[in-house]
Write a new protein. Structure first.
Lengths: 328, 323
């Protein structure tokens, strides 16, 4: 319990740090960049939204930094992130709301797939130590872990999208011929558009799962209770899954809980390469269009997602690993 | 970005040589730093991953130092017909602006290498300072420094980098170096702290304390040299991050688009739809170089990991034991 409480405290502190960072960054930059943004939109914004933006970015205010800070916090906690400037008059919240499902669908499914496949391969690779799988898999994935994943995406676009022409490479669906709806054509459309980005993500993320699982599993296989199980003459499959893998999977499970938080931000460059209409693409659009309110809100969203996931991972660890309960 | 697996606690470099290398044990005692470096040199020769990584790194270093010896053309001159294919005159063809791509690639090496080495060194420096100070000073120092490290560790770095670089309006290589350094030291600081913690109660440190040495002296002269192998590993990790982060930022146009580098090549390739207009080399070549340089750092890092943790070494089926 103390362990969970301590992690909860850490969660609060980090959230506060992220909020403060978000508050300070535009104010610390030489020549507050938001000033230029506001003058660009001068006359187009209503007085209410203008005020909201002034509070968020500290422009045209006579108040001291501390007072600015508190009105900023108040506004963030009431969920008022102002209007998006690129998509004006839509609010930041509604712009993000329509993008997030694309990301959650694409990256969420891929994360689960990568975890399941990678952990499985890691188990088998460690169990058949020195076998064919084990001699190929680790070196290959040492290399894929160093490849920039947007580049994997570009190579796939070139091969399957352009040279072979099998799959679409841009966007989330055929915007001109199809419209979102609950029908089979749209479903197939979305699936075919998600295929290449999903494969690029899978290729570049699966290696970490394989290697972590394999390396922990190798340590576990040397434990006495595994030798005991062998001595008892238990079938190999049972030793592999119930004795070794069951105990070795903990780092991968906590890693999985954490990677759920990175679903929101984990594919920024993949979405960029494929023009996929998700949150990452939106963030880059916001940065390039100097849509600071959208940037701020997205960064907060991404951080909060990661923090929640870490808290989840901590709680999972506390539930699954008795050692953390006594150590706390 | 997929991260390399965390290094487990590094080998005990202070005790007698663990029976992992059959090398001769000198009768006299050597200073620990020299000892660790000698072990590393041996490791590079004996470990296939380390050898590959070193060779790749040396090639890129050469290209960064003497680009003129490898490419005869100027990388920035729009001197040729645009969109030429591969030929002996233009090994990789020319861009849509009529620049020689091979020259761009070779001259672009320097920018990436500078970022990798400067960020690698600076971030490792900060990590050593904070990690070791936290472990050695303990108490409130440890509490606050560790908290700082942990907070930075969980804030999503790449989005943060994008936001800062966006506010800074693409300020060029120096801005990239500063921003990446400031945000990316925490991962290695944490590893260094745990190793320094395990060293804290060693006899020779107690001896130094009893001798009445100052804390700074103990940290710099007694603690840090014994951690050489983990510090080198930290450098490799940070350099790998720097290569990937900097290239990614340049790719999305948050660097200075006029610098010669692999990331900016990718940026221009993407802007000119190089893949769709039949110039795949414009995007493929710099990406492959980033991957190769990243792989060099990653391979060296994994090699040191294996050296530190013999259980992870590849199993060789038949191995003639050396006498």
């Amino acid at each position: 319990m103390r362990f969970v409480l301590r992690r909860l405290g850490f969660f609060v502190i980090t959230l506060w740090a992220a909020l403060t960072l978000n508050f300070l960054l535009p104010r610390l930059m030489p020549g507050n960049p938001a000033l230029a943004m506001l003058s660009k939109f001068h006359g187009q914004l209503g007085p209410g939204t203008l005020h909201a933006l002034e509070v968020l970015f500290g422009v045209n205010t006579q108040k001291g930094l501390i007072a600015q800070y508190f009105s900023y916090l108040h506004q963030v906690f009431t969920g008022n992130f102002g209007p998006s400037l690129d998509f004006y008059p839509e609010s930041v919240t509604s712009v993000i709301g329509s993008a997030i499902w694309w990301t959650v669908g694409l990256v969420g499914v891929t994360t689960v797939l990568a975890f399941v496949l990678g952990t499985g391969l890691g188990i088998v690779s460690a169990w058949r130590r020195g076998g064919r799988l084990d001699s190929v898999v680790p070196p290959v994935f040492v290399i894929t872990s160093a490849i920039p994943y947007f580049w994997v995406g570009m190579v796939l676009v070139l091969i399957f999208g352009i040279t072979l022409g099998w799959l679409p490479t841009q966007g989330g669906y055929y915007v001109s011929t199809d419209s979102p709806g609950l029908n089979l054509t749209f479903f197939q459309d979305v699936l075919s558009h998600a295929f290449l980005p999903a494969v690029s993500l899978l290729i570049t993320t699966i290696g970490t799962w394989i290697l972590t699982m394999r390396n922990t599993m190798i340590t576990t296989l040397a434990e006495d209770y595994v030798r005991m199980a062998r001595a008892k003459g238990l079938p190999g499959r049972r030793i592999m899954t119930d004795y070794a893998a069951r105990n070795a999977i903990l780092p991968n499970l906590t890693g999985f809980a954490m990677s759920l938080g990175f679903v929101v931000s984990g594919a920024i460059l993949i979405e960029y390469v494929f023009n996929y209409p998700g949150v990452g693409f939106l963030l880059l659009q916001a940065v390039q269009g100097e849509d600071y309110p959208l940037e701020q809100a997205l960064f907060l969203l991404i951080t909060v997602a990661v923090l929640f996931a870490i808290l989840l991972a901590d709680i999972a660890t506390a539930l699954l690993d008795p050692r953390t309960r006594t150590a706390g | 970005m997929s991260l390399p697996i965390g290094m487990p606690a590094a080998p005990d470099t202070t005790g007698p040589v663990a029976g992992t290398e059959p090398g001769p044990v000198a009768g006299r005692t050597r200073p620990p730093a020299d000892h660790a470096l000698a072990r590393m040199g041996r490791a590079i020769r004996h470990n296939r991953k380390a050898t590959t990584g070193t060779i790749l790194l040396v090639i890129f270093l050469f290209a960064a130092l003497f680009p003129g010896l490898i490419a005869k053309d100027s990388p920035s001159a729009d001197a040729y017909a645009p969109k030429l294919g591969l030929s002996t005159a233009h090994l990789l063809g020319t861009t849509a602006y009529g620049q020689d791509m091979w020259a761009q690639l070779v001259y672009g090496t320097r920018n990436v290498m500078i970022i990798a080495f400067v960020v690698g060194l600076a971030a490792t420096g900060i990590a050593v300072l904070i990690g070791v100070a936290a472990a050695y000073l303990g108490g409130l120092w440890d509490g606050s420094l560790s908290l700082l490290t942990d907070v930075l560790l969980v804030i999503p770095l790449f989005p943060l980098l994008i936001i800062i670089a966006g506010y800074a309006h693409g300020g060029g290589t120096l801005v990239l170096i500063v921003v990446i350094t400031v945000t990316s030291w925490s991962y290695t600081a944490r590893q260094l702290r745990s190793q320094a913690l395990s060293l804290r109660r060693r006899d020779y440190l107690e001896a130094a304390r009893v001798r009445g040495e100052r804390r700074l002296y103990i940290i710099v002269v007694e603690v840090i040299p014994t951690m050489t192998s983990l510090i080198v590993a930290s450098f490799l990790t940070n350099a790998l991050y720097a290569v990937l982060f900097a290239s990614s930022l340049q790719f999305i146009g948050l660097g200075d688009p006029n610098t010669q580098s692999w990331g900016t090549m990718l940026y221009w390739a993407q802007n000119n739809a190089a893949l769709q207009t039949g110039q795949p080399m414009w995007a493929l070549a710099p990406g492959a170089c980033i991957a190769a340089l990243g792989a060099a750092f990653a391979l060296l890092n994994y090699a040191f990991d294996e050296i530190g943790n013999p259980a992870l070494r590849p199993v060789r089926r038949k191995r003639v034991t050396r006498a």
